[in-house]
Design a protein around this ligand. Structure first.
Ligand SMILES: NC(=O)c1ccc[n+]([C@@H]2O[C@H](COP(=O)([O-])OP(=O)(O)OC[C@H]3O[C@@H](n4cnc5c(N)ncnc54)[C@H](O)[C@@H]3O)[C@@H](O)[C@H]2O)c1
Length: 366
């Protein structure tokens, strides 16, 4: 039998339960005692274990008595169902775009959850999480996809592949998100080609990790802040201005990180963490400022994801620790930001702005 101890700070003349702790705090605050109560996990035999579960079904094809449209029955409880099922491998090859005929047949709720006819810019879309979010937007009905990335070769390859697989117009601009003038020129070209963008997904970013603050090179620190934080600002400013000039509502999705809210363990990465905390606060500020223009700004904060960055043998030992600190006991798949990304880009999230949503397998619960 295992036991759990819970500590509570209580205002009481005497400790609530057994075992008073003589902490300095308890001794200095009159009338305040630090007490602990012991709660014991109940023995298995105390837990009600149903063998069957009553079910009521209301549907057009239920076969209830006397023409009723309801069925009432029971289902047996199979205890073996609790066994974990293997996680399906990510589908990385196909891109199936949503066509207009299918869209028109969808119920209104699902229509709203698409990005039908929207022009979507994805930074860092040459690979990794950004590339998968670009694919997801292609599948969710985008009119055109635009990839901004600093990597010429990968950017060209991924744009060609996405076009070939989806049949959609896809453009690649070799843009460094630190370069305001290049960003402005590229956004102007997007407006000219496709019209003002409806969506920006800013996924371009870098990570420095396992670097102690006391030896961190200030030049590296500035570079990372420049890419992760200033890049988020420059991209949002250029795309936001284009949306405003066109009088179009828009959605900006900034890829932050759970590292913007917690400190990772065991690796030292103060600069990355600070940069992502900045992205989250920048996103909220922009959401408040630009609500009057109908431009929404939200952040996605991934936990540890199984991307190229993390697939290096040197990280194996750390990954073990990361998994042990994650309730779902695994890293995220590279396509597991897709659903939230499409939702935030779509009109289904029309009243969501200034939010920061974690996708971390529960890491930030602990
Ligand atoms: N992978 C993770 O575990 C994880 C966790 C939390 C947050 N994130 C964030 O998600 C985002 C994407 O991460 P990823 O794992 O897909 O990384 P990735 O390295 O696979 O992809 C990043 C892309 O950004 C591009 N890029 C980098 N610097 C750029 C610059 N200055 N200008 C333009 N493009 C640039 C790269 O060329 C690359 O194509 C990053 O912002 C990262 O901080 C990742």
């Amino acid at each position: 039998m295992s036991a759990r101890f819970t500590f509570r700070l209580v205002r009481s003349a005497t400790p609530l339960v057994t075992g008073r702790i003589s902490s300095p705090l308890a001794r200095t605050l009159p009338g305040v005692h630090r007490a602990f109560s012991q709660s014991t996990v109940r023995a298995r035999s105390d837990v009600v274990r149903e063998t069957e579960i009553p079910v009521s079904v209301y549907s057009p094809d239920s076969k209830g008595s006397a023409g009723s449209t309801s069925d009432h029955f029971s289902i047996p409880v199979n205890r073996d169902d609790a066994k974990p099922k293997p996680f399906p491998p990510p589908e990385e090859t196909e891109v199936v775009p949503l066509n207009k005929t299918v869209y028109r047949q969808m119920p209104p709720t699902l229509q709203k959850m698409t990005v039908m006819d929207k022009v979507v810019i994805v930074t860092g879309g040459a690979r990794g999480l950004g590339n998968h979010m670009a694919r997801a937007c292609a599948e969710a009905g985008a009119k055109a996809l635009v990839i901004f990335d600093a990597n010429q070769e990968l950017g060209d390859e991924s744009a060609a592949e996405l076009h070939q697989k989806s049949g959609l117009p896809v453009s690649f601009f070799k843009v460094d998100v630190r370069d305001g003038a290049a960003i402005n020129a590229a956004v102007d070209a997007v407006v000219e080609t496709y019209g003002a963008p409806d969506v920006l997904i800013n996924s371009a970013g870098i990570a420095d990790s396992n670097i102690k603050a006391e030896t961190y090179d200030p030049a590296m620190f500035r570079r990372l802040i420049d890419i992760n934080l200033t890049g988020s600002f420059l991209m949002s400013q250029a795309v936001g201005r284009a949306m405003m000039a066109a009088g179009k509502p828009g959605s900006i999705v900034l890829v932050a990180s759970m590292s913007g809210s917690i400190v990772n363990y065991p690796q030292e990465q103060s600069c990355y963490n600070a940069s992502k905390a900045g992205v989250i606060q920048f996103g909220k500020s922009l959401a408040a400022e630009w609500a009057k223009y109908n431009i929404r700004v939200n952040c996605i904060s991934p936990g540890y994801m199984d991307t190229a960055l993390n697939r290096v043998p040197a990280l194996e030992a750390q990954k073990k620790i990361w998994r042990s600190l994650t309730p779902q006991a695994r890293l995220g798949n590279v396509d597991e930001l897709n659903g939230l990304c499409v939702f935030l880009a779509s009109d289904a999230s029309s009243f969501v702005t200034g939010a920061n949503v974690a996708i971390d397998g529960g890491y930030t619960c602990y």
